[in-house]
Design a protein around this ligand. Structure first.
Ligand code: UTP
Length: 297
């Protein structure tokens, strides 16, 4: 097997999603919809386009709606068929997953992203793998993960998706240090989790796509708590800088932070405007609404 093939992806979905309370009291954040598809479907589609074959979900209490979502629904399919709703039947079919392609593993306590990834260690074994955070939705011509896998085939090591953020936002992200941040593939010499603007080594931030060597899982073994009292994935990846190397990958595409309310609303508008069946109506609405809001402010 080509040792730079990436077959497995971890989807950490065990977080509490507190920024979307009270909705997330009973709905997993990843099941919330952008137009008519849940966030998790965008992540799955991205992974499939990148050639991922095994999908590993790290879940927790209250996420059963997410597990059910991937079950086939023969009764619904038959009903759509009976009513000649062929287009809808195709949409439904596109959400089907091969039997055995999905695995669920439990994170028994929300101890942070690093801990969630570590929970999947036995299912990953000794091969490089991808991590996708479904609340980062990335729109673009080519799936972000596919772009990263192409880069990984060139340089190996560990790759994190990276984008520039305003200097005053560095404390919301893991930030990369590098001598030259202008290239598409940026060799990294430091990683700092949520630094203040004064302490940030650059404004190049890590967002929710990673290709990691299994050594990161070893580094997470017995890892202590980092910033925010959580086991930080950033800290374990940073340990690889002096080993296999870490690269930031400045992906092509637009990222929406659907873990935040403002980002989620922006994504809804952008994805709505990109849809032929919704565009005209939405555009007309915005055309009327926005100037009146601007005048009123
Ligand atoms: P977030 O930092 O967005 O946390 O996690 P959250 O719990 O989902 O949301 P808020 O901040 O309370 O609103 C980033 C990703 O890491 C996963 C989350 O499910 C999300 O995909 N995560 C986080 C876990 O799987 N386990 C954890 O312990 C923490």
């Amino acid at each position: 097997m080509n040792d730079r093939r990436i077959r497995k992806a971890i989807f950490p979905v065990a977080g509490l999603g507190t920024r979307f309370l009270p909705a997330t009291k009973s709905i997993p954040k990843e099941i919330m919809t952008l137009i008519d598809r849940p966030l998790i479907q965008y992540a799955i589609d991205e992974a499939r386009e990148a050639g991922i074959e095994e999908f590993i979900f790290v879940t927790s209490r209250g996420k059963s709606a997410l597990e059910d979502y991937f079950d086939e629904s023969p009764a619904l399919a038959a009903e759509l068929d009976r009513k000649n709703k062929t287009e809808l039947a195709k949409v439904l079919e596109s959400t089907n997953m091969d039997s055995g392609a999905i695995a669920y593993i439990r994170q028994t306590r929300p101890m942070g992203l690093g801990h969630a990834v570590w929970c999947a260690r036995r299912l990953i074994g000794d091969e490089a793998f991808a991590v996708i955070l479904p609340d980062d939705v990335i729109a673009g011509q080519t799936s972000c993960l596919k772009q990263m896998i192409d880069a990984y085939q060139q340089v190996g090591g560990n790759i994190v998706a990276a984008m520039e953020v305003p200097k005053n936002k560095t404390s919301d992200y893991g930030i990369l240090g590098a001598t030259d941040t202008s290239q598409r593939i940026v060799p990294v010499n430091a990683m700092v989790e949520k630094p203040s603007p004064e302490m940030a080594p650059s404004n190049l931030a890590v967002i929710g796509r990673y290709i990691l060597s299994p050594d990161v899982l070893s580094a997470l073994d017995g890892a202590g708590l980092g910033v925010g009292g959580e086991v930080q994935l950033t800290d374990a990846i940073a340990k690889q800088i002096s080993a296999d190397g870490v690269y930031g990958y400045r992906f092509e595409g637009q990222r929406f932070d659907c873990g935040s309310k403002a980002g989620y609303l922006q994504a809804t508008v952008a994805f709505g405007l990109a849809r032929e069946d919704l565009r005209d109506e939405l555009m007309a609405y915005l055309y009327d609404l926005v100037p009146s809001q601007v005048l009123a402010s």
